[in-house]
Design a protein around this ligand. Structure first.
Ligand SMILES: [Zn+2]
Length: 299
């Protein structure tokens, strides 16, 4: 439970999480493994909310998507096992899971009831296209998929949370601050009380875009430098997606002290994360995950 001072200030560090899956080993026995994620252990200890940005290692998928590919659209057995491994590693095997069809827009689906039928209905809505989910009830997990786009997780003092997929289109559409507003409305809290977490994504030094994309950012945020910097040629620019999302959240009154960023670049750390650019479009997806144990169920 939270203290009068609210959530502990956010802090991300690397953690290793063991899982075991019955029947998943090559001989039909139990498969044991360990995955790695950037997580906030103090947050989990304080309020039972697990925030995790998974690495690409420790899973079942072969090259070129080795190995913890959690891509939603894939029906492949290795990917299904990877998704089960994530749930098991974070102590919520079999729990209701929100898993949207991400389409680079600004649709938000809110889950208000963790009953399986209610979550199935939420996922049916999210199938139509959704880039942010808000878990307004406890006992629900969410897993969104990434390979360069920016993963954002927001946590309210109540333990309600949002997981957000910020590609450049959704960022220009201000999905980050729209998700923050929706979470605050559901939680009955102020934006300044919310913790925000940014996972690995493509960073400015690796994110050269066309001038037309840069112009959309300049128009959306009202500033040029330092979100948009000159590229190698006049028709190109370098884009700082993390700064744009941070600025969006702070303009919506998120406390800068409550924003934690891994600072990691997916392109520069292609051994740890999938990168659409670094792998020329043939790659798996790592995850942004959140789970809130039901009250009294803190693990
Ligand atoms: Zn980079």
């Amino acid at each position: 439970m939270t203290t009068a001072a609210g959530l502990p200030l956010p802090s991300l560090s690397r953690g290793r999480f063991a899982y075991s899956l019955d029947g998943a080993a090559a001989d039909g026995g139990t498969a044991h493994g360990t995955l790695t994620a950037e997580t906030d252990q103090a947050l989990f200890d304080a309020c039972g909310v697990r925030v995790a940005f998974t690495h690409r290692t420790g899973g079942f998928s072969p090259e070129p998507c080795a190995s913890l590919n959690v891509e939603r659209a894939s029906g492949a057995r290795d990917v299904q096992l990877n998704r089960q491994a994530v749930m098991d590693a974070f102590g919520c095997a079999g729990a209701p899971l929100l898993s949207p069809n991400q389409v680079h827009r600004d649709t938000i689906v809110v889950a208000r009831d963790n009953a399986p039928a209610a979550i199935a209905a939420d996922n049916a809505r999210a199938d139509a296209g959704c880039d942010a989910v808000v878990a307004a009830c406890r006992g629900v997990a969410a897993l969104l998929c990434f390979a360069d786009c920016l993963p954002l997780v927001l946590v309210a003092p109540t333990g309600q949370f949002a997981v957000v997929h910020c590609g450049w289109r959704s960022t220009v559409a201000h999905l980050a601050c729209k998700s923050l507003a929706t979470l605050c409305e559901q939680a009955g809290c102020a934006a300044s009380e919310v913790n925000a977490y940014i996972g690995a994504c493509i960073r400015r030094e690796c994110f050269e875009v066309g001038r037309e994309v840069a112009d959309e950012f300049s128009a959306a945020f009202g500033i040029e430098d330092p979100i948009v910097l000159p590229g190698k040629s006049a028709d190109k620019a370098y884009l700082d997606l993390a700064l744009a999302v941070s600025l969006d959240l702070q303009r919506a009154e998120l406390d800068p002290a409550r924003l934690a960023d891994t600072g990691l670049c997916t392109v520069c750390n292609n051994d740890l994360f999938y990168s659409f650019r670094a792998e020329a479009g043939t790659c798996g997806r790592h995850g942004a995950f959140a789970w809130s144990a039901e009250a009294g169920q803190t693990i």
